[in-house]
Structure formats: structure tokens, C-alpha cells
Ligand binder design. Sequence first.
Ligand code: PHE
Length: 458
Amino acid sequence: MTTDNDPTQLAISKAADEARKVAEKLAAVNSAVAPTTDIVSAVSSLERGLREQVVSLSQIGDIAKDISRGISAPLEDTLKRIQSLTTPIAGVGDEISKQLSVFSANTALVQSVMQTTRDLQNINAALMGKNSGFQALLKELGKKREFVGLDAIKVANISRQTIEANYSANRESLEAAALEAKLASETLDMTLPVDGVATGTVHPISQVMDELAEIFADMGFAVATGPEIEDDWHNFTALNIPETHPARAMHDTFYLAGEHERPMVLRTHTSPVQIRTMTSTPPPIRIIAPGRVYRSDSDATHTPMFHQIEGLVIDKGITLGHLKWTLETFLKAYFERDDIVLRLRPSYFPFTEPSAEVDVGFTWINGKRVIGGSGDAEGGGWMEVLGSGMVHRRVIEACGLDPDEWQGFAFGTGVDRLAMLKYGMDDLRAFFDGDLRWLKHYGFSALDVPTLSGGVGA
Ligand code: PHE
């Protein structure tokens, strides 16, 4: 730089300002992306025109081709400045300017193409890269130093710097805009209704077992369990079930194949848990034992697997009166009625003596059995719900206890049957069908935890 008043220097500054303005325009670009085919065809028509019209100036034609590849408004501007600044190139500049007018109609398109970061990067590479038209232009201008003049080269260099600075500023703003657009498109509408969540239900059997455990817990009974694959000593022998008892027959009991120390069976009732408790826990004992049991039986009212609940009390001075009170209290709580009437009918179980079947009174109302009241009343009847009795002294002895010191009672009943009676289900087999419609209808919400204070019913 010689002096500030040097017309060449002033021209250079002016050109640089112009180039900066172009750069600012570029930075302000923000919206739609133009169809590239439009630009490509504009470029090719420019190229065609240049080929036709700049035949004699083949070297400059080459530069123009590079420019057309660059598709750059700032570059066009730079060329315009070169054209206005340098006399020797003026003639050539006229030819080029004619063709640039083809471009000017597409300026908007060119600008909009530059609106995305990717396009901007591509254009920048085309403009500034090693193989770019711009570099080729600089080279050509350098070669023709005396022809185009030093000023033009300076202007071109200033333009390049401006474009580069503009490129990075533009890229940042474009990236920020892209991020903003992305965030806007990912907005969550918290006011939209949520998709329904499929919830499962508690199977009626599980619910009833929970209810039973709850009722007996209030009377001081703990829950005991035993194996479903049981040996015949626990399932039969210790329970005073003689060799000749029909329950031991193959057609009633599932025996396990193979050699075992003791014959193994799928337990036919929950009573072996009585034995397991008495042989492992010192009395007094108060337990219930809910669980699965198996019998070789299958029809409308029998399934090969079903559920029982066992009760056992072992203490000193236990009488039949304790048994009756316990069952009455339990049944009143379970059926949620105070008018439950029990009838103890003499019966026989090998492991209890005396034994009693327990019936509850019901009344027919609109063709339905409604539990409550005496079964002997007008329109009433009795329904068997439990087997029970005082624990046989042989069973107490088999467990290593002295039957003169310890007495007790036991009872057992079918959980499936209790569930059917309380919730009005009429086919036992439906319990094990896994039909979701049935389960949805009779199942219980997982939140319906049975409690005596809150009610045990659904
Ligand atoms: N275990 C008997 C049954 O399966 C029921 C029962 C249990 C009877 C306890 C009396 C005492 O039928």
C-alpha cells in the first residue's frame, strides 16, 4: 500500500467492500434450497455461451469454465470488479459480463443453494479448494500478470479472504439454524393423551389364596409350603392312609417313574404339609398351606391339577369347639356375611378322628345359590365346603409328638371351589384355559390387595 489516496488502493478497498457486501448477503441467506438442476442448466448454458463467444480467448474461456463450476455470486462480483479495474482485461470482461447476466437471473437460486451447510461446504470447496476455479483464476491471473495487472490479483486475494471469513461465519449461523429447526421438529406435546398401557390382572385363584392368607393371618396362622413332588410317606403313610386306601391306587394318583428311595407322587392333597410342619416345627402350631395338588381325574367338575388350602392347629387342650369357631370365623370373613350357618356332618378321613364334612347353608334366590342362613330353612339347602377333623393320634405319633400331650385339628378345602362360590364362576375348567376374555372379566386388579379392614372382595 503506497498512500491512502492512491486511486488503485482506493479501488482495491472499494472492491474489497463490495466483496464483503456480497459476503454479508451470503451470510443473510437462510431459507429454501433451490433445485440444483436449474443451476446446473444455467451453468451449462453459460458454459455453452462462453464456448461459442469466447473462442478466440481460449485461456480466458478456461477460466470462465472454472468460474461456472464454482457457481459463486461473490466470485462473479470479483470478476466484475476485475473487469472495471483493469483496462487490459476489459474486452474480455465484457464477454464474460454478457454471460454473467445469464447468471444474474439465477442469483436467487444460487444463493438459496448456498443456504445449507452442506451446499455451502461444497461451494466453498469448489471456490477455494486446490482444484477450484478460483485457484485456477488466480493462477491464470498470475501468469498474465502484465496483461491483467497486479491490482486484479490483489482484489482477487481480498475477495478470497472475505469469502473464507464469510464461509465460517455462515457455517456457524447455518449450523445454529439447523439445530434450532431440529429442536423445533422434536417438540414433545405433553398434553396429548398417552397410548393405553396393557395391564395384566391377578388370576382369581391367586386372589382367593391371598384373601385366605389374609383372613387366617388375622387369626394368627402362618403360611407353610411343601413340595408338589412328594414321597408316599408324607403323602400317605404318615397320614395314616392304609395300603388298601383307594387314594393310593394308580387311577387316582400320579406316580413318578424310575427308582426312588421312597415311591414319589405328585401330591394328591396339601395334607403332607401337616406332616412336614409337625416334623420340623415344635408345637404350638398354627399354619395354613395353600398350593397345587394333582389327581388323575378330569371332567366338568374335576381337573388333574387343582388348588387346596390346608389348615393345622396343634396345641394343648384343643377341642372340636375350636375347630368349629375357627371355620365359622373364616367362612364369615371370606363370604363377607354374618349369617353363615355351619353344619358339621360326621365323615371319615384316615388322618382325623373324629372327622367332619363342613356344609354351609344357602338359599335359592332367582335361580342362584346365595350363601347364608340355615340350609334347613324354606327354599334353602346345604353345600359341602370343607373336610375337617381332630388330628388322628397316629399322625401325631408318626411326627414324633406325644398325642397325650398335643392335640389339634386340621381342615382342607378346594381353593377353586371357594373362588367359584364367591365370585359366581360356573365352570372349573375355565380357570385353566388361559382365555384372556375370561381372565379380564374375572381377574382382579393388581392393586386390589385383600385386607380385612378394606374388605377382601374385589
Ligand atoms: N386332605 C383332604 C382331602 O384332600 C381334606 C382334609 C384335610 C380333610 C384336612 C381333613 C383334614 O380331601
